[in-house]
Design a protein around this ligand. Structure first.
Ligand SMILES: Nc1ncnc2c1ncn2[C@@H]1O[C@H](COP(=O)(O)OP(=O)(O)OP(=O)(O)O)[C@@H](O)[C@H]1O
Ligand SMILES: [Mg+2]
Length: 566
């Protein structure tokens, strides 16, 4: 069985871990560091750079570097690096590719399989795109795991005989998640998850930046926002300042020659106290209360019944966080896990459970919940586009739920079942998942024919929807792959939608034809496999809109084809 690693692909930082020799181990990158900045760019020589080198370059040439890519995942927004633009998937793929390379080096084994964690509150599009990014890097993504669940797994492995209600509070660089779990006898059960995937350390940095910009404007009448260099510098210093204030009571921000005023270079020199900083960010801290209330309400567990509060994510190092939690929940948080490593460690534990490295009979067992409600669109009291929920959010998965529906006009013989995910009462305002027709319903008076719709949601996030006509027993169904774990062959079929597709259609057709020709020929087995790899590689780069990668992949494909046709 090949090794599966666990990856915490964070907004600011990325970590990878592996479970071996009976324990979790952080995987070190080429700098011998466990923490890799989630930065990616192209250097002066036109080469891709990832991690600390990319972050260092960001300060000097931000236009050639991307940071905080995770915030854009699941959106249509493109990210520009140099003269080209890239999808968030392509750039996340570059980061994961870097992880794959250093993990392969560190473990001395070709690493191809991974469990990747995502914020619990990521929607299906964001999850699917994370899987795509994994594929861009050439990973087989074995499981998408919720970050707080991962953190709890890492805690649970060391505390298996405890019985407790655990609240995981994860405030990272870009997202906030809170999850309530129950643990007994080594079984870890997620009761509820909620969060805000647009709240994190980045927003705290921005509060400081806004303040610095206002101060500068007042003193010099210059708006630093129009100066890209100044903004990058400000961001760097604002983050420094924020981190320093986690330890110290005040911090001086000094940036020489940040801008030119009347032809003269002007410095920025401001001192921020912790007290003033905490006032600035009070609104952000306040925003964490909503999701906390949701998990307490959804799980039916009161604050008084919490046994442990676990802090995860770099932003929980701000003293105001622990203080606020204690004031709000009446209980001080624990310091039981390493806030930087807990998520990747948990992902590695999940990976080991999948690979069999951890014996499921002896180890930890985990159950999870679905973070969004699942249901269908129907007509209710004459109102169409009504969202009828079959599996409410925070239901323990796997689960199966059934609902009964009736025909809505006389002589109706077919009905379209459209599945959605989300919390809006208007179906189409939610995330669309898929649809199918149920036909051959006997023509009858309105509401006299009934049908059952059944939703089954499994641990891998696979949703199966089946509809049955009660009077005839006829049924129809679809499987909706919530986590995108489709068959291998379909991995890169979306290459056709890429803007690069036109350039490569001919070579792909030629390769596919060649592959067909030799597919059943035993003597050509080796060639077929080489050809297939080269072809997949090309499609992967095209899907990711990776121009350069595609052109390299095309070269290798051409040479394999050349060998074959000789
Ligand atoms: N000592 C500190 N004080 C305050 N903030 C800190 C400190 N150390 C790190 N941070 C902040 O923590 C954030 C990064 O945390 P972390 O690495 O857990 O996030 P991430 O996993 O990359 O993001 P996410 O989980 O949101 O995708 C950054 O915003 C960083 O500025
Ligand atoms: Mg994180």
């Amino acid at each position: 069985m090949s090794t599966i690693i666990g990856i915490d692909l964070g907004t600011s930082t990325t970590e990878a871990a592996v479970y071996r020799n009976g324990k979790v181990e952080m995987i070190l990158n080429f700098d011998h560091e466990a923490i890799t900045p989630s930065a990616v760019g192209i250097d002066n020589g036109g080469n891709w750079v990832v991690g600390s080198r990319a972050l260092a370059q960001y300060i000097l040439s931000p236009e050639n570097t991307a940071i905080e890519v995770k915030r854009k995942i699941g959106t249509e927004q493109m990210i520009s690096i140099g003269k080209k633009t890239y999808t968030p998937v392509a750039l996340s793929g570059k980061i994961l590719d870097f992880v794959k390379t250093y993990a392969t080096e560190y473990l001395g084994e070709d690493i191809k399989r991974a469990v990747i964690s995502v914020p619990a509150y990521f929607n299906e599009t964001q999850r699917l795109e994370t899987i795509k990014a994994g594929r861009v890097a050439g990973f087989q993504v074995e499981r998408i795991l919720n970050e707080p669940t991962a953190a709890a797994l890492s805690y649970g492995l060391d505390h298996m005989d405890e019985e407790s209600h655990i609240l995981v509070y994860d405030l990272g660089g870009g997202t906030f998640d809170v999850t309530l779990l129950e643990m007994f006898d080594g079984v870890l059960e997620v009761k509820a998850s909620a969060g805000d995937n647009q709240l994190g350390g980045k927003d705290f940095d921005e509060k400081i930046m806004d303040w610095l910009i206002r101060q500068f404007q007042n003193k010099h009448g210059v708006d630093l926002r129009t100066n890209r260099y100044a903004m990058v510098k400000l961001k760097e210093e604002a983050e420094h300042c924020k981190k320093a204030l986690s330890k110290e009571d005040s911090y001086q921000i000094l940036i020489p020659a940040i801008a030119t005023v009347n032809g003269q270079p002007v410095e920025l020199d401001e001192t921020l106290t912790r007290a003033a900083f905490e006032k600035m960010v009070a609104g952000l801290i306040e925003r964490t209360h909503g999701p906390i209330d949701v998990v307490l309400a959804d799980s039916g567990i009161s604050a008084a019944n919490l046994d442990r509060i676990i802090l995860v994510g770099g932003s929980t190092r701000m003293p105001i966080v622990a203080r606020d939690i204690e004031a709000y929940l009446g209980k001080a948080p624990d310091v039981a896990v390493n806030p930087d490593f807990a998520v990747s460690e948990g992902a590695a534990i999940q990976a080991a459970i999948i690979s069999g490295e951890i014996d499921p009979n002896e180890g930890l067992i985990m159950t999870d919940v679905n973070p969004f409600s699942l249901g269908i669109s129907c007509i209710n009291n004459g109102r169409s586009d009504y969202f009828s929920v079959l599996i409410p959010r925070n239901t323990t998965i796997p689960t199966t739920r059934k609902g009964r529906y009736y025909t809505c006009y006389p002589g109706q013989t077919e009905v379209k079942i459209e599945a959605y995910q989300g919390e809006s009462a208007i179906a189409s305002h939610n995330h669309y998942l898929g649809e199918f027709m149920l036909s051959d319903i006997p023509a009858n008076y309105r509401e006299l024919e009934s049908l059952d719709v059944e939703f089954s949601y499994d641990i891998n996030g696979l949703l199966n929807v089946e509809a049955t006509v009660i009077s005839t027993g006829k049924s129809a169904s679809i499987s909706i792959d919530m986590h995108g774990k489709t068959a291998d062959t379909e991995y890169y079929e979306d290459w056709k939608e890429s803007p690069l597709a036109a350039d490569y259609r001919a070579i792909i057709r030629r390769a596919e034809r060649a592959l067909k020709r030799i597919e059943d020929d035993e003597d050509e087995e080796e060639f077929a496999s080489q050809l297939n790899d080269a072809l997949e590689d090309l499609k992967r780069c095209i899907s990711a809109n990776d121009d350069e990668g595609a052109s390299d992949a095309e070269d290798s494909l051409t040479s394999v084809l050349g060998l074959l046709e000789d």
